[in-house]
Design a binder for this molecule. Sequence first.
Ligand code: LRH
Ligand code: MN
Ligand code: MN
Length: 431
Amino acid sequence: MDYVINTSLVQQHNAVLRADLEADYAALAGTLARRGQDIEKLTTLAQGFQVALPSWGVGTGGTRFARFPGVGEPRNVEEKLADCAVINQLTGATPLVSLHFPWDKPSDPKALFERAKSLGLSFDAVNSNTFQDQAGQAHTYKYGSLTAMSAAAREQAVQHNIECIELGRQLGSKGLTVWVGDGANFPGQSNLRGALERYLDSMRGIYAALPADWLMYIEHKLFEPAFYATTIADWGTSFACAQTLGEKAKCLVDLGHHAPNTNIEMIVARLAQFGKLGGFHFNDSKYGDDDLDSGSIDPFQLFLVFNELADAALRDGPAFKPAYMLDQSHNVTDPIESLMSSAVEVQRAYVQAALVDRIALAGFQEANDVHQAAQTLKRAFRTDVSPILAMARMRSGAAVDPVACYRTVGYRAQKAAERPAKAGASGSGIV
Ligand code: LRH
Ligand code: MN
Ligand code: MN
């Protein structure tokens, strides 16, 4: 395998931190043992955790006001993969990459597949893009894509999604994520029911092209770019569409795609209960679609989401396996640092949720002991599992402290020299 960072540098970094980590780990093992929990099981669990990286997250993002590029940004999909490989090498938690077409459209899918493989990476769900016009396309999406009044624009959008499936198939992907920005900016602009009928009609065409072992993830979002009525605005609409389309259609929950204060963990519980929870785009947000680093604003919410996932996994067994992906935009931090920290934060929530004493919790719930039920969750959430995560990384050959290691090896400075800035270059294409 091609390691992007010299493995002996990672080992040197770990050697310096090893003694302190072992002491912290032993102390936590003692605390957990008194609670009847085996730290080794939790470390094994942490080592098995994976969350996919968004290819569009490794370049500096931007807002609709400006983009302030960083240095050494990846200029093509191959360079994006190299950055993803660094994140995976140092965290040991991100061996999957989610591509976005046409931003990441490979000229030679087989060569890209091989390149990813040599870097220890493979591909998670591929994302289609009908929220912006592509160079040379015949019909505009200005007034919608899968819901457009123009049958030709709808057909073009359907064909693009089918092309994404074909590319994804060659890359070993097993899923297609469909998010459309379709909607209305003004009351009266579009017939609300008619738009959803057209959406379903278009989605049936895409669904029919899915290989047998693929899933289609329907991603909802409250608003933006449509500011009055978004066609797939909420989990209810997403659920109804997934239900209508069939078994292979599931709902994707992007944490930032809800109104502030929405009880997202309850949405997760509902979708899981009815077999339609397909996966996640993890990020954090204060307002809406902020795409901030996972766990940076409301880590308790992230924990509560994983608490529902742990409950669903217990109830449904191995059949329950939603796809975990990050979807973030980094404007003022180094994207590699943000993605590493975010992967660790999602992994942290996963391990903390495994700490919940579910038998005690069920007992408190049955006895209506509200205070102790709430404290049972809080006890797990307050436990600092950092030594477990660091030990999991060290045992997997990753870095005890990924960001510190990344800074020490000077990867960004090296890329700054190798990848001179391109005027107007954007990681995501969204500015
Ligand atoms: C839409 C979204 C969706 C897109 C990505 C770039 O806001 O979350 O997942 O594909 O951003
Ligand atoms: Mn998303
Ligand atoms: Mn989003």
